[in-house]
Design a protein around this ligand. Sequence first.
Ligand code: NAD
Ligand code: UD1
Length: 308
Amino acid sequence: MGKILVTGGAGFIGSSLVDELIKDKNNAIVIVDDLSMGNRGNIPNSERITFYEKSVCDYKFMEELLILENFQFIYHLAAVASVADSIERPAYTHKVNSESTLNILETIRKNKLNITKMLFTSSAAVYGDDPTLPKKEVSPIKPKTPYAIDKFSSEQFVLRYGELYNIQTVAVRFFNVYGPKQNPKSPYSGVLLILKDSIDNNKNFKVFGDGEQYRDFVYINDVVGAMVHLATSSNSVHEVYNVGTGKKTSLNSVIKNFKEILNSNITIEYAEPRAGDIKNSYADINKLVDSGYSPLFSIESGLRRYLK
Ligand code: NAD
Ligand code: UD1
């Protein structure tokens, strides 16, 4: 590949991406992360990795870096990744999740930087709670939070800007990603990490609602695989792709999987549905599959790997 920038590369998904990219001896990777949520320890040790503890909102730094390094690939993952946090801090979220993206694009355009591909990570949150299922990329967009609004605006900026100024770009909408390196200290941890944590620490697990709500839980290896595929495929340009498994899994059935794999009992408490939750979500991934990437992990095999 060559010279690669990964913003948010100390976080859960970003550092897993770096783990994969570093396997190719031809790659040199630069990470920009302010460690607001990420962790230095997530980054593998390698002389081909340069780490900057910097904010993507430090425009002077970002411009100088982009011009100096002349990256072939840019993976832009740095974000306020929590919906709840975005509701607490909408203006700050907008700076990180939207303005930083436009700044990267402007720097590329104004300096005529010759990047091979820029990939932006958006979210299934852009679909909101519209009842159409499964979610296709052309399904109604109903962002309900600052997080979702900024993800949608950034993703569209990246794609339409790419068309207008002939910059090779692509975007992905992740569904519910799980795997090692998710921050257990984050108050916004996904349900599978909370479930694992309650088993590890012998705590009751609280199900919000009847547990029949379903999601598309996608294992981190497939998320990384899809990103690398879309960044390097010359056919996938100026398009957005759902990244999930294309399968729905209810919370009750995930709990059953956990019990079987770990051969342990879990004490469940049922509580009222969580305010603001969407009931159900899962992805139509035909567009991703047609582009040449098919997920390798089912919920069973992903959970087995995760819990091992
Ligand atoms: P994460 O919080 O682990 O990673 C985000 C990283 O960005 C963190 O390391 C954080 O320190 C860094 N960061 C935050 N603000 C920054 C700033 N101003 N400058 C530099 N770095 C900054 O979250 P993640 O789950 O790895 O998410 C990665 C990307 O994927 C995010 O853009 C997120 O919105 C998106 N996404 C994640 C999921 C999921 O299920 N985990 C779903 C949809 C979309
Ligand atoms: C996830 C994202 C959210 C994004 C949305 C749409 C996380 C943490 N949240 O929300 O930012 O907007 O996808 O793409 O990744 N649950 C319990 N008990 C718990 C925790 C959760 O029963 O202790 C339930 C929730 O009520 C929900 C389901 O589990 O019904 C999944 O919750 P969660 O993992 O937070 O993900 P989403 O709600 O899908």
